[in-house]
Design a protein around this ligand. Sequence first.
Ligand code: F6P
Length: 591
Amino acid sequence: FSGRTKARTFQRALGPGPVEDMPIRAILRQRRAPVEVLCADIDGADVTPQPIAAAWKAVETARDRLAGRRIVDLFDTDPERFERLSARAEDMLLDLSKTGLDAGALEALLNLARAAGVETLRDAMFEGRPINATEGRPVLHAALRARPGDVFAAEGVDVMPEVLETRARALDFAEAVRSGAYAAADGGRFTDVVNIGIGGSDLGPVMAVRALAPVHDGPRCHFISNVDGAHAQDVLRTLDPARTLVLIASKTFTTIETMTNADTAMRWMKAGVGEAAGGHFAAISTALDKVEAFGIDPARAFGFWDWVGGRYSVWSSIGLSLMIAIGRADFEAFLDGGRAMDAHFRTAPLDKNLPVLLAAAGVWHRNALGLGSRAVIPYDQRLERLPAYLQQLDMESNGKTARLRDGLPGETGPVVWGEPGTNGQHAFFQLLHQGTTVIPVEFLVAATGWEPELAHHHSLLLANCFAQSEALMAGRSEQEAHDMMIAEGMEAAEARRLAPHRAFSGDRPSTMLIYRKLDPYTLGRLVALYEHRVFSEGVIWGVNAYDQWGVELGKTLAKALEPMVTGEASAAEKDGSTIGLIGWMKALQSG
Ligand code: F6P
């Protein structure tokens, strides 16, 4: 085999010891390498399960069989359609019956998932094998929500002692901040916490802190992510440095946005509290040496590990702002939710397995129907940052062309976007209902809210959520639109003129996830559900969901461009557009 990564991957998969001079298949068999697909990127190794093409053919056959059948009609032919196409994990129910799938098509998709190795690679992930083969790393974010006694090892090395020790330190620190035992320089309590981070070091914490507002009883939390000075300015100017604790969250501790904002915050803090500024900082990183070099006492530095991807890290000490906001018990409930979804993902049969079912719907829409985007619409105001969080989780994981293994050829990750309902209804739902592009919608809603005194709001919220999914599916024909207007007393000619504008094609697919209440445990289940969905889709597509090389090029170019923007370097070698833009920028700046 060639290529250092490939060789390393192979070696790690086999464990220590020399690699014999034998055909790879024979070595795998002899050494009982448990996950052949791990090694599928080795040149010439014919070890990827082959039946993907056949499994995909069955999906296409199902698609062709169902072509022209409207979703509403599928309910007529199968009175048990809802039961057949929905599944539950505890109180959480996922309904796929408002998609164009039927039981046969779903079965074909689940067979595709099996053929692609979803179960095998799932087990490999939980076993700590290096499934992130382009970086030669295991993928163990599930360990971050484990309890004492659970077993997680990264390539044979038990990670649980460090995970539990670091979690305990972070939670102890969070509790100390909450109680005032860890106090500001003047001895007073911290009333405000600012998390400085970006991407996975921001989106998870900010999404979760907002989602769990009803149990937020710690200091106020603020988030600075953008390198745009407006972000730091607008947050910091509302705060008193004497009462503020700043958390620098960065896996690498080199990210330019975060380090720039960290420097600005440090200057702001020094101006406010002088030499005591360092005591108002804590950090979360895998690069603890860099944290210390920045001037943060190692006692307030919380590590995590390179087997955690940034977008999968909210469970780790990256969640420190969340820990401070909601406290130990609720943070542990959040972890327990993730852990419960892990258990479900690992043990539920595929036709009852929520992450796999959601992935099946995703692949159906993306590959079988060729739909390029998916909208995620939480009917839950407190999940307002969930779409942004899922954009990173999903698009940074599966927005890839290069394949790690033979997966399903063709399209991979779709565009993911969304906004909470009902707000979205008054913005882009027009296009969802009547646009020329069909966009599958993923609805989320809680059966009950946190405000019993405002239960009528929640009834309206639920009614709107169900109504939108019904409207997308059922639509309204031109004849119905016409008859409706006539019944309202409109002139026949006018009704005919307006009917096409007031008709809805319908037959637009949506899924619905409904749960009892958005509490910490449920949020944990939700996040883990989406993590495993993204994983399952990535396996089906054969991409590595755990690297993100696609963010590198822009970062490198930005570094080179900065001196050109400031005028310290010439932009003459750049392309015509960049030269022109820099020239106009300078003209604007000097004017
Ligand atoms: O640019 C992408 C990325 O690497 C994300 O994957 C990551 O979550 C984010 O940047 C922040 O990285 P860090 O935590 O190292 O600052």
